[in-house]
Ligand binder design. Structure first.
Ligand SMILES: NC(=O)C1=CN([C@@H]2O[C@H](COP(=O)(O)OP(=O)(O)OC[C@H]3O[C@@H](n4cnc5c(N)ncnc54)[C@H](O)[C@@H]3O)[C@@H](O)[C@H]2O)[C@@H](O)CC1
Ligand SMILES: Nc1ncnc2c1ncn2[C@@H]1O[C@H](COP(=O)(O)OP(=O)(O)O)[C@@H](O)[C@H]1O
Ligand SMILES: [K+]
Length: 492
């Protein structure tokens, strides 16, 4: 089944339910569609057998009663277990409970020999912590290693933040409705959801115009139309001249990896700026990438302006030095778009506000910062989910924030968020972030708007990780960029 690219917070999902109900689809019909849809999805993946459906006190539990009824009609042996007094159910859930004709066991009952557990205890309405009796029931399910299908979310997951209660179940599959939530894509919840299925329950897509989502999963659909298509009139400088600021003699690899990736991703010409002492090393190691020695920040800025450099990447392997600070200041004073990574972030750890001030005062061009969690913590001290923290950082700094990890979040100062989900763990290797920074710079240089470039680069980086597979080293990433771009162009 296809999932829309929009992710809805639990509040927005309640709004969607409400709009559907106001639009003439009663809540009971939505619940019937939800429960029937989950039962059908189960049938698509599991052989008919025996199933334990665990129902909670709200509408998630109501869905559970519908699932139980449909599975029983399809020949499943269904045991229904309620975590609360079923007499206390209200509204649609109470109606669905009255339509269930099998027995309902209390939470004290031992799970019998069963093939599948349906977790319909809590969904969007969960808050706080799981009660000890539920944790103990879930522990029995875990110990029995029975596959779990979670309704909407595994109970105990916060759909907005991706936080989980430690007692919650690890689902083999999670079936949610209409649109997924950020929590389905953010760790640790993402690992608890298993395979994610998003099903249609009769809520119209047109309600999204009213809901106006600003969180999206990272797919080419979002940014592919912004990819630059080469024209016969293009030449290397029209494709963009990009500068990568390189570090000293002992750490030239980062700028080399980044600069080669940026050429692959679409920059027409790339120059590595080197301290005079490292020039020979860069010159010997790089072919298509040009190199230039620069002694001072003034000389750098003058050259950048004179050459009409459109994009500057600074940080990978640059070193924690006054030179890096001065070159960051020069870059942000230039009209170029600037990608700040690694050391370019860390050098401002004692005075992050001065960095944000420079970004805010930048007259032309945009700024992207690409911290991993440790670099992020050196500049920002926000609480909350990864998504909330990236969003607050973008707001505070006026830069686009790409907060790295297995669930990389890209946030714009306008509040728009994209969550990446295709990155395999083999990308956790030294230099992989340098490659990512290079891809972003290359796409920005090739005239992609900066937010889309960050999202597209994270996606391409993830594809590269999958394409190279086990054994990947950062140097491999540039090699597979042409094939990834070629597949992307086939989508256009
Ligand atoms: N019309 C709708 O709103 C639809 C809702 N649907 C289902 O309804 C769910 C949301 O239903 P609800 O809003 O009733 O929420 P839930 O069913 O997730 O849970 C709400 C109940 O759990 C209690 N609760 C929350 N945290 C608790 C904790 N830590 N310990 C003990 N009790 C706790 C609340 O007090 C409330 O009684 C969705 O996740 C989805 O499964 C679907 O049926 C589709 C249609
Ligand atoms: N477990 C993981 N799964 C997927 N991607 C990961 C994982 N760990 C790291 N990455 C990605 O690998 C890159 C590592 O970047 P970074 O930490 O800056 O490393 P380096 O500084 O060595 O280049 C980032 O793009 C990050 O999102
Ligand atoms: K659930």
């Amino acid at each position: 089944m296809t999932a829309g690219i929009e992710l809805l917070t639990t509040t927005q999902m309640y709004q969607a339910d409400r709009l559907a109900i106001e639009g003439g689809v009663p809540g009971i019909i939505l619940m019937e569609a939800a429960g029937r849809g989950v039962a059908e999805t189960i049938q698509d993946y599991w052989e008919t057998g025996s199933c334990l459906v665990i129902c909670g006190p709200g509408n998630n539990g109501g869905d559970g009663y519908v699932i139980a009824r449909h599975l029983q009609e399809e020949g499943w042996r269904v045991i229904l277990l309620s975590t609360c007094d079923p007499e206390k159910l209200s509204g649609d859930a109470a109606i669905m409970r009255s339509r269930w004709e099998g027995p309902t066991q209390s939470i004290a009952a031992d799970p019998l020999k069963i093939d599948l557990v349906v977790d319909a205890v809590f969904g969007a309405g969960f808050s706080g912590t799981l009660a000890p009796d539920i944790v103990s029931l879930f522990a029995t399910v875990k110990a029995a290693k029975i596959p779990v299908v979670a309704v909407d979310v595994p109970s105990g997951v916060n759909g907005n933040t991706g936080a989980i209660d430690p007692g919650s179940l690890n689902a083999a599959m999670t079936v949610t409705f209409y649109r997924a939530k950020p929590g389905h894509y953010l760790y640790p919840a993402r690992a608890s959801c298993g395979q994610l299925e998003v099903i249609d329950i009769g809520i119209k897509d047109e309600y999204l115009e009213t809901i106006s989502p600003d969180i999206f999963t990272n797919t080419p659909e979002i940014w592919k139309s912004n990819l630059h298509i080469l024209q016969p009139s293009d030449h290397k400088y029209s494709r963009g001249h990009l500068v990568v600021v390189g570090g000293g003699i002992a750490s030239t690899g980062a700028a080399r990896i980044a600069s080669r990736c940026s050429l692959r991703a679409g920059a027409g010409a790339v120059t590595v700026i080197s301290p005079p002492s490292a020039l020979t090393t860069y010159a010997v190691a790089l072919e298509a990438v040009m190199v230039r020695a620069c002694s001072t920040a003034e000389e750098f800025l003058e050259w950048v302006e004179g050459k009409r450099i459109g994009t500057i990447l600074i940080g990978p392997g640059c070193g924690l030095s006054d030179r890096t600070v001065e070159l960051v200041i020069a870059a942000l004073n230039s009209p170029a778009d600037v990608i700040l990574d690694a050391d370019a972030l860390t050098v401002f750890k004692d005075n992050p506000d001065s960095l944000f001030e420079l970004i805010r005062n930048k007259k032309h061009g945009n700024c992207i910062m690409t911290p991993h969690e440790a670099e992020f913590a050196r500049l920002f001290s926000f609480d909350g989910s990864k998504m909330d923290r990236a969003r607050q950082a973008a707001d505070r700094s006026n830069a686009i924030i790409l907060l790295k990890g297995a669930d990389t979040v890209i946030a714009s100062p306008h509040g728009q968020v994209v969550i990446n989900h295709n990155a395999p763990a083999n990308l956790a290797t030294a230099g992989s972030g340098d490659a990512l920074a290079g891809i972003i710079a290359g796409l920005v240089s090739a005239k992609m708007s900066v937010f889309y470039a960050a999202a597209a680069a994270a996606w391409m980086h993830g594809e590269a990780g999958t394409s190279v597979g086990p054994g990947l080293i950062a140097e491999d990433i540039e090699e597979v960029i042409p094939a990834i771009l070629s597949d992307l162009h086939d989508l256009l």
